[in-house]
Ligand binder design. Structure first.
Ligand code: ADP
Ligand code: MG
Length: 258
């Protein structure tokens, strides 16, 4: 299985929207996809249509009770896409993990034992705490949604420092899959300027595809469906399809079975 962490310690930059729509696009091309919701707010679970009643087992159980993915994952209405949902308990896990053994490697252990999926996307919370460290330790590659706004690069350098620390201490194989510019507004000059700065600093790390600001993308979660299903033709969905194709071309080789 290939594992991709979708992370950025800033909130509201498009992590969850990206995780949901890339997971859907990959499932549509025939992959067996697992999405792990690692944000206590549970937006990825809600946005994919997994309600509270279906969250008997969650990512909290993976981390704290070392439950298996097979016992925590629930199927979604999208063929080929399962999700390990999140509940508010997960906010306590950040603290509970401090005093357990293998505290950064628990998600990695759970994922290594899963045989049911080809690819896993982890939707991270907006912080660089133990939940995100678990995701980065478990991941083969990092996908960073970046909103083109002032200070975007400062936040990114903090994230990249964390990646280096994880590579040194926990996961030497962690690669950076790429940075995707989100909520892109062509009419806004600041957006253009930031995009230019990001590309001149990070070159090919930045995906060619950009995700436009698009109201259909923000409406879809309230209907419990990915934008790709809610309105396949909208500009946001088309941009995510394009990103998915570009991303598939960059995927690392599958991690060999442990
Ligand atoms: P994060 O997971 O980083 O906090 P979200 O994906 O939840 O970010 O996005 C934050 C908010 O912005 C959500 O309400 C979402 O629906 C909306 N949103 C995300 N991407 C776009 C976009 N490209 N255009 C318009 N709204 C968007
Ligand atoms: Mg989110």
């Amino acid at each position: 299985m290939i594992t991709i962490a979708v992370a950025n310690q800033k909130g509201g930059v498009g992590k969850t929207t990206t995780a949901i729509n890339i997971a859907t696009a990959l499932a549509a091309t025939g992959w067996k996809v697992l999405m792990i919701d690692l944000d206590p707010q549970g937006n990825a679970s809600t946005g994919i249509g997994v309600g509270a009643a279906e969250r008997e087992y969650s990512s909290y159980d993976l981390l704290i009770d070392q439950a298996s993915i097979a016992s925590c994952a629930v199927p979604t209405r999208i063929p080929g896409l399962d999700v390990v949902p999140a509940t508010v308990d997960l906010s306590g896990a950040e603290v509970e993990l401090v005093s357990v053994d293998n505290r950064t490697g628990r998600l990695r252990s759970a994922i290594a034992a899963d045989a049911g999926h080809d690819i896993c996307l982890i939707d991270c919370p907006p912080s660089l705490g133990l939940l995100t460290l678990n995701a980065l330790t478990a991941a083969d590659a990092l996908l960073v949604p970046l909103q083109c706004e002032f200070f975007a690069l400062e936040g990114l350098s903090q994230l990249l420092q964390t990646v280096e620390r994880v590579q040194e201490r926990f996961n030497p194989d962690l690669g950076i899959l790429g940075i995707v510019l989100t909520m892109y507004d062509r009419r806004n000059r600041l957006t253009d300027q930031v995009a230019e700065d990001v590309r001149s600093c990070l070159h090919d790390l930045v995906f060619e595809s950009v995700i436009p600001r698009n109201v259909r993308l923000s409406e879809a979660p309230s209907h419990g469906m990915p934008a790709l299903i809610y309105d396949h033709a909208c500009a946001g969905s088309q941009a995510y399809m394009k990103l998915a194709r570009e991303l598939i071309g960059r995927l690392p080789e599958r991690r060999k079975a442990a």
